[in-house]
Design a protein. Structure first.
Lengths: 401, 252
């Protein structure tokens, strides 16, 4: 290996790639635009949808034998609901989303409450439909209050203290600092996006520098220059790595900026439980970047090896498209709540990085795992680079027909 | 100087199994001489030249180019050759100047030396008006000139041309033929492959007729005419190749 030659190749590939519109889009435009789109765009969209659902006047149907006018009057007095005439096909109506919820009072409900008989009120809703659930919640709340009042009345009637039915309270207190709560939820997305973007950023240059050269016929030109094949492939590798890291870094910058904007926007809207009310420290960002570094090497060399095998641009794309899923799967798995570390998992590339970065963002540093994951990813990266370099020396790969 | 010494090259093919693309080829090409490798498509011309240019490694045998062994000293070989074929394309997003400069750098030249040499070459080849034009925007003729400048940047002793005129129009082909002649005048060792008889008749000092990976006949044009008692090179070529084609037809 000759470092000067590697750098000559790298410099040329860099100039060449920076003049290519497609590389520029995948390397610069996509990471800069996708983050604000996802965070601010999606955030406002979801907030709007939820707000709209909560404000909606829910259509509710009362199913009653007509012998409980007191309770019916209380339901009718409830704010934010609109009572529709009862009909036997209420279940179909709920399924069709024309009716949000229905409440069924058993026969003689008012009387049963007064006499202390055990009866059941049924609330019908459509699970998973947020508008239906909001309606059901309103009804649920009403009956919870009614029940509490009834209990209180009965206790008073017998001259018993309220503590009889609630001998003690149970309360859960959160000791995790707020940034950890946020880190575990929203912060988990940060490494995920960085990993995916490192891959997409490397894809186009990897194809362009290998299968693209075969297709354009420049591979023979470059192979008859004195530069050795190892130098050549390393120069190309450095370019693909640059593209990968550039995409990743731009994604981090763009994401921090959009989080900041989204936070300011939401803070203006008020509300204490602002889900974006956390900040990711510079230290965490640097740590995430360091963890992603060997992964980017793995992506760059892996993509280079695959694309080198292909004869044409299209063939390379058809090999790489399924690879995307292979990479996205473990990265998504790292996002799942409750996925915890063990040593075996630390050896699974991508998944381990995704997991450890999630922890880092939430402020937890498991140094032994960080070391293990960094090392194991380095080993995979070195192996992939070795394969790519050796493929480049094989005539049957370079001149595959 | 090029000395091919019993070159063999096998390829693995899924359908046909092992294919012998080059089969025991030996020849010598001296400085100040043009050696023409004449053969039909698939005769083994390109494979032979690619082995001389160290792009492919021989399965057996070897060759010495400019005094260096193509297997053991491949880097030195590449430092001393200029390789041009219709397959050696240019990087479309680089300018003509950058393209030639890149190859100067790959040859280990200093930027100063490269600039001096490019000015010289671009003036000689009349390339100055498009020196900063991107290669993919250049006309075929301009591309040819850029390729020529690319092969000459490091002033190699040995020039290898693999069907350099294939698919070119008359004017572009003339530029190349003129350039090949010029190389001989400068005392370079030149080998070039073609299936165009007229080019061989016009240019070559030595002719090698290749078919099925084997070098079937060799000599100067005068020698071949005398040996086969024919004037026209095409007639001579057919007379040499036809018996082998008949044999192959029987074998298959």
């Amino acid at each position: 290996m000759n470092l000067r030659n590697v750098l000559v190749v790298y410099r040329k590939e860099l100039t060449d790639s920076l003049r290519d519109r497609r590389t520029l889009i995948s390397m610069v435009v996509v990471p800069i635009l996708i983050m604000p789109l996802l965070t601010i765009g999606m955030g406002t969209f979801v907030a709007k949808m939820i707000g709209k659902a909560a404000e909606e006047i829910s259509t509710v149907m009362i199913l009653s034998a007509g012998d409980s006018p007191r309770s019916v009057a209380e339901i009718q007095a409830l704010k934010g609901i609109d009572i529709v005439p009862s009909s036997p096909d209420y279940k179909t109506q709920i399924s069709d989303k024309t009716l949000r919820a229905a409440v069924e009072l058993p026969a003689g409900f008012d009387a049963a409450v007064d006499h202390g008989d055990q009866v059941t009120v049924h609330i019908y809703d459509y699970d998973g439909d947020i508008k239906s659930q909001f309606a059901a919640q309103k009804l649920q709340k009403l009956f919870d209050e009614l029940r509490d009042q009834t209990v209180e009345k009965r206790l008073q009637a017998h001259n018993l203290p309220a503590t009889l039915v609630t001998p003690f309270d149970v309360k859960t207190d959160n000791v995790a600092p707020p940034e950890k709560v946020a880190g575990a939820t929203i912060g988990g997305f940060l490494p995920y996006f960085i990993i995916i973007l490192c891959l997409t950023g490397a894809t186009y240059p990897a194809i362009d520098l290998t299968a693209g050269e075969k297709e354009r016929g420049t591979i023979e030109t470059i192979l008859c220059s004195p530069v050795g094949r190892t130098d050549l492939v390393l120069g190309k590798f450095l370019m693909v790595l640059t593209a990968s890291l550039c995409t990743g870094i731009l994604a981090i910058i763009s994401m921090s900026a959009s989080f900041h904007v989204a936070k300011t926007m939401l803070a203006g809207m008020g509300g204490k439980d602002n889900p974006l009310n956390f900040s990711i420290g510079v230290q965490a960002i640097v740590a995430v970047f360091l963890m992603v570094l060997p992964l980017a090497v793995l992506f760059a060399s892996g993509l280079l090896a695959i694309a080198l095998f292909a004869k044409s641009y299209k063939e390379a794309q058809s090999y790489i498209a399924p690879l995307m899923i292979v990479v996205i799967m473990p990265a998504v798995a790292g996002l799942m709540p409750g996925v915890e570390f063990n040593a075996k998992m630390a050896l699974i590339p991508i998944l381990s990085t995704s997991l450890v970065c999630k922890e880092i963002v939430s402020g937890t540093y498991h140094w032994n795992y960080i070391g293990l994951i960094f090392l194991s990813t380095c080993v995979y990266a070195a192996a992939a680079l070795f394969v790519a370099v050796n493929l480049f020396k094989r005539e049957d790969v370079l001149f595959r027909t | 100087m090029i000395e091919a010494d019993h070159l063999f090259k096998n390829f693995e093919d899924k359908k046909r199994g092992t294919v012998r693309a080059v089969d025991d080829v030996s020849f010598v090409c001296k400085p100040g001489e043009i050696y023409g490798l004449l053969g039909a498509n698939g005769a083994g011309k390109t494979t032979t030249l690619r082995m001389l240019a160290t792009i492919l490694e021989p399965t057996n045998g070897t060759a010495r180019v400019a005094g260096f062994d193509v297997i053991k000293q491949s880097e030195q070989v590449r430092r001393n050759i200029g390789f041009l074929s219709t397959a050696t394309a240019l990087y479309g997003r680089l300018t003509a100047y950058e393209m030639v400069q890149y190859f100067g750098r790959l040859n280990g030249m200093t930027d100063e030396a490269i600039d001096k040499r490019i000015n010289e070459l671009f003036t000689r080849l009349e390339m100055n008006e498009f020196r900063d034009g991107r290669c993919d925007k250049l006309s075929t003729g301009m591309k040819q000139k850029t390729s020529i400048a690319r092969t000459l940047i490091h002033d190699p002793q040995v020039m290898i041309f693999d069907e350099p005129t294939l698919g070119l129009d008359v004017m572009a082909a003339r530029t190349i033929v003129g350039f090949i002649r010029e190389c001989r005048e400068h005392g370079k060792t030149v080998i070039f492959s073609t299936h165009v008889m007229s080019e061989v008749e016009k240019l070559c000092d030595h002719i090698g007729i290749i078919h099925g990976g084997r070098l079937l006949a060799e000599g100067t044009l005068a020698e071949l005419r005398k040996r086969y008692n024919m004037q026209d090179l095409e007639d001579i070529f057919v007379a040499i190749v036809e018996p082998h084609m008949a044999k192959e037809a029987v074998a298959s």
